[in-house]
Design a protein around this ligand. Structure first.
Ligand SMILES: Cc1cc2nc3c(=O)[nH]c(=O)nc-3n(C[C@H](O)[C@H](O)[C@H](O)COP(=O)(O)O)c2cc1C
Length: 377
């Protein structure tokens, strides 16, 4: 879902949007029609997250918006939080990019003013770069930094060839050093209460399952929680996520575990949580065109029924999300994937999605939504 390269003018737009309250206004105008909650306080956003309270937060609401590179920008995270996610994560952020003062990297770190808090996921393989990044990110986000997570799960060769992402599963001592270094830097900075978490896979290849042992080591190094995606890195996103292996990680550690993999709808999110015995559950691809997945999973988890998503709600959410792209300074090109996802459940979906391929501006997308609404009668 990545947009085209940004021009200098587009960077300016982003900076201006990031400093304005445009996103909050768009949310206030459009959330109710889409069946989403605004302001977010309705979902229990009260005090800063701490190591001690992280487990309590998960107990109150275990469904979290997972990090997704190229997807979970500020607009996406706002939709997820308004749909009931307990917390939302940034796209993964390169500590080496921070070291080289990359403007593009910082754009991934900065929350929109409408976001109450943000979990920041870092990636890299250089302990010194992590040490440098911690106070800079903590300074930049202040009280809005909810936690720091380290990506030890990404299977993409561009990331693993430098020893980062899932390659860290092969270098557990380096992974532990990274966690220790982050803890030390947070302490030095005066934010030792912040949770430090890691996201892992169950191994790199099926011949070598490392989940339980690796998770134990990360907890010993100071991780406050471990998120585990029940696939091997070699699978990328193919095949099924192995719930039994996620459960083995839960049984091996005494820190909270966040389960990830195939939480593609509210029912499957609840099943993943229950059957793995995890404290939390990441919803990733299940959020495509479905910000309600969080609230509905939460309802099912406490024995209530899910709220049906009507075509009118889908349309209202699509409009809201596209307007949020503009309000947060994101590239409108991201609306193309959104159209594909939100319009899935409307009558004649294929024809409408094909029409959306020819939209280029916010006005084009809004006009298409108006036409579609009129066709629903
Ligand atoms: C497009 C895409 C981008 C992703 N980017 C990240 C990422 O930056 N960091 C990360 O830890 N996981 C990333 N993931 C993995 C998800 O967080 C999640 O663990 C995985 O998709 C399994 O969950 P699901 O089956 O519910 O989608 C990404 C997944 C997708 C589909």
């Amino acid at each position: 879902m990545r947009g085209p390269r940004r021009t200098e003018a587009a960077h300016e737009d982003l900076r201006a949007a990031a400093a304005s309250d445009a996103a909050a206004r768009v949310m206030a105008e459009g959330a109710e029609a889409a069946g989403l909650a605004w302001p977010l306080a309705a979902w229990g956003v009260h005090e800063p997250v701490t190591c001690a309270s992280f487990a309590e937060r998960l107990a109150a609401n275990p469904f979290l918006m997972a990090p997704m590179a190229g997807v979970t920008d500020a607009a996406y995270r706002l939709m997820a939080r308004a749909g009931g996610a307990a917390l939302a994560y940034s796209e993964m952020v390169s500590v080496t990019g921070i070291h080289y003062k990359s403007e593009k990297t910082w754009e991934l770190v900065d929350p929109n003013p409408a976001e109450p808090e943000l979990a920041v996921q870092l990636f890299g393989a250089d302990v010194e770069h992590f040490r440098e990044a911690v106070p800079l990110v903590a300074e930049r986000l202040g009280e809005r930094l909810a936690l720091l997570d380290v990506n030890m799960a990404c299977p993409v060769p561009k990331v693993t060839k430098g020893g980062a992402g899932s390659a860290l599963l092969d270098t557990p001592l380096l992974a532990a050093d990274i966690v220790c270094a982050i803890r030390e830097e947070l302490e030095r900075y005066g934010r030792s209460e912040l949770p430090v978490t890691v996201k892992i896979r169950i191994g790199r290849v099926p011949e070598r399952v490392v989940g339980p042992e690796f998770a134990r080591l990360m907890a010993a190094a100071g991780a406050s929680a471990v998120a585990v995606h029940g696939r091997f890195a070699s699978q990328m996103y193919r095949g099924e996520s192995d719930l039994a292996e996620v459960r083995r990680v839960v049984e091996a550690t005494d820190v909270p575990v966040i389960a990830s993999g195939d939480a593609l709808d509210p029912e499957r999110a609840v099943r993943l949580l229950r059957e793995s015995g995890s404290a939390g559950c990441f919803v990733a691809r299940g959020t495509y065109g479905n910000p309600w997945v969080f609230g509905n999973a939460r309802a099912l988890a406490v024995g209530e029924s899910a709220v049906p998503v009507t075509p009118a709600m889908r349309l209202a959410a699509f409009r809201l999300h596209v307007r949020l792209l503009v309000a947060t300074g994101a590239h409108i090109a991201r609306a193309r994937s959104l159209a594909g996802w939100y319009l899935r459940g409307v009558p004649e979906a294929a024809a409408w999605r094909e029409r959306a391929m020819h939209c280029a501006t916010l006005e084009d997308y809004l006009a298409l939504a108006d036409e579609l609404e009129a066709s629903l009668g």
